[in-house]
Design a protein around this ligand. Sequence first.
Ligand code: BGC
Ligand code: BGC
Length: 633
Amino acid sequence: MRIVHASTLATLLCLLSITAHADPPSTIHPNLWPEIHPPKLHDAVLEARLDTLLSQLTLEEKVAQIIIADTNSASPEDVRQYHLGGILTGGNLGPVKNEPVPAPAWLVAADEYYAASMDTSGDKHAIPVLWGMDAVHGHNYIKGATLFPHNIGLGAARDPKLVRQIAQITAAEVRITGHDWSFAPTLSIVQDPRWGRTYEAYSDRPDIVRRYAREMVLGLQGKPGAKDFLRGAHVIASAKHFVGDGGTRDGRDQGDNVDDEAELRDVHAAAYPIALEAGVQTVMVSLSSWQGQKLHGHAGLLRDVLRSRWHFDGVVVGDWNGHEQLPGCHKASCPTAINAGIDLVMAADAWRDFHANTVSQVRSGVVPMARLDEAVRRVLRLKLRAGLFDAGKPSTRALAGEWRRLGSPAHRAVARRAVRESLVLLKNAAHLLPLKPKQSVLVAGDGADNVPKQCGGWSLTWQGRDLKNSDFPAAQSIYEGIRSAVTPAGGTAVLSPTGDFSVRPDLAIVVFGEEPYAEFFGDVPTLEYQAGSKRDLALLRNLRAQGIPVVAVLLTGRPLWIEEELDAADAFVVAWLPGSEGGGIADVLFARPNGSRAFDFRGRLPLVWPRGPRAGRDGDVFDYGYGLRYGSR
Ligand code: BGC
Ligand code: BGC
C-alpha cells in the first residue's frame, strides 16, 4: 500500500475544494470593467407617460411588446391582433410576402404595420410598432438604394468623417421607406478571417472600430439631447453583436470565444463604451458563446456589465432565434433569455407560440412580473424617446417617400468616394499604375461586370446570391466605370470575362474574387483562394504569358492567400466589397480624361493579411496598415 504523505493529502484536499468552489470559466467580474456613463436622457414627463401606459396594459399586451417578429411570418393583420413590439425584415425580398418589390411598396407596408399597431379595437392600446432592418452598408435591401462598401473596406479607408456621412445618408434612405431602426453598426473585432462575417467588421483591432462606433452611432441617431435625436433624418442604431463574436475559435460563426475576461473586455468589448457614450439606444446580443456559455443567457454580461456597470437604459435585443440555443429553450420558449436581460426577443418565426408560452411563464412566476415590466418599460421608453407615439404614420414623417433622394447622385458620390478611399494597393511593379486612359483595355474576370459580386452578402437578399446587374438600378459595375474613364480620352474598354480577345489590348484589368455570402454561409476552412480550381490564376497567367501587362482587382470580404495570383499580376488592388459604385475603382486606376492625375490610393490594411493558407498572425504577412501609394513602389 502506498503511503500518502499527510502534507500531500492536505494539498490535494485544498485543490479539490478550490475546484469545487471555483466559478465557472464564463463568470464575469463586473467591478473589473470600466464604469460607463451614457448621456443622461432622463425625462420626467416621458417617464410619467410611460408609467401610465404600463399600468394600463394587459399581460398579453406586455408580452407582445417584448417580441420582434420577421415580416415574413407576421403580417399586418398579426400585428393588429397581437400588437407586437417590433417587426424586422431579415433577408426577405419584399416587406410582406417574400417577393421582390419596388421601393415604394416598403413605405406602403410601413403604413399598414403602423396602422395595425395603432388599432384600438378590442380595447387594445395604440402602441406604434418598431420596424428594424439590416441597413448594414446603406439601406441594402431596397432596390435603388445607395450601397456603400462593406465595413472592412471602410476600415481600410481610415476616415471617421466619411463614416459619419455614410451613416447619415443611410439613416436618410432608411427614413425614405418609412423604417425606424437599423441593425448597425457591427462592432466585432475579427480575429480569424475564416469567419464568414469578417467583412461586417471594420478591423482586427479596437482602434478603428472605436473611432467608427462613435461616428456611426451619431450619424444614424443624431446627437443625444438634440431635437432631431432618433427622428427627422435619423433612425435608431444597434451596436452588435454583444460580445466577442469576432473572436470565436477557428473563426466559426456563432461559435465559442475562449479569450479570458481581460481580452473580452479590452479587445472584443472595446468599442461598446464609445457607442454607449454616443447614445446608442439598442444593443444586439451575439449568437456566439463566451467560455462555453451562450451570450443570450449570460446575465453577467447582459445585466451586470451592460445594465449595471455601464448604465445602459436602452433596449437589449436578441438576435435571430438566438434564445433557442440556450439549454432548456427552443424557438418558441425561453424564460432564461428574458431573465438574463434580453428586453426584445427576436422570436423571428415562432413568435406566436413564444407569446403564448411567455404569458404562461409570467403567470407561473418563471419569468417574474417585475422583469417583464422592466423589459416592456425599456421598449416603450425607446418608442417614446424616438417620438413614435406622436410621429403619425410613416409616410407622413420627414423624408418619407422622397424617392428622388433614394440612391440620389449626391448619395452615390459619397459612396464612390468611399470606394476610392477603401482600395488597398498591394503591388505596383514598375509603376504600372496609374494608367493612361488613352489605351485599349481588356476588362476580364467574372467580377468585371457583376454588380451582385461587388456588393457581396446583405445586398437585396441575405446571401446576395442569384441576382443580376439589373436588380441594382443605377448601380455601376467596375467595367462600366472603366469604360467611362477611358472612352472620353479616346481609349477603349472591351469586356471579356474569360480573357479572350480578337484585338490585342495594351493591358488587361482582371476583376475576380469571392462569391457573395453572409454569416455562417461564409465560414471557410482555409484562406487559400480557389483551392483546387485556380481558375483565376490561370486567367492572370494566360494574359501575362502573352506579354500583356495585368492589373488584378480582388473582390473579397476578407484577406485571402493569393500568393500566386500576386506573382502573376503586375499590379494588385484589394477592392473588398465596394458596393453599388464600381466607378470608384477606375477613379484611382486611371488618370482623368483631361490628363489630370488619378486619385491616389489611401487605403491601408485594416487587418493582417496572411501570406499563407492558414489563418493567424504567424508567418509571412502584409502587416496591418500596409498599403502602397503612387509615390511608392
Ligand atoms: C444576424 C444579425 C441580424 C439579424 C436580423 C441575424 O442572423 O446575426 O446581424 O441583424 O439576423 O436579420
Ligand atoms: C438571417 C436573416 C434571414 C434568415 C433566414 C437569419 O439568420 O439573419 O436575415 O432572413 O436567417 O432564415
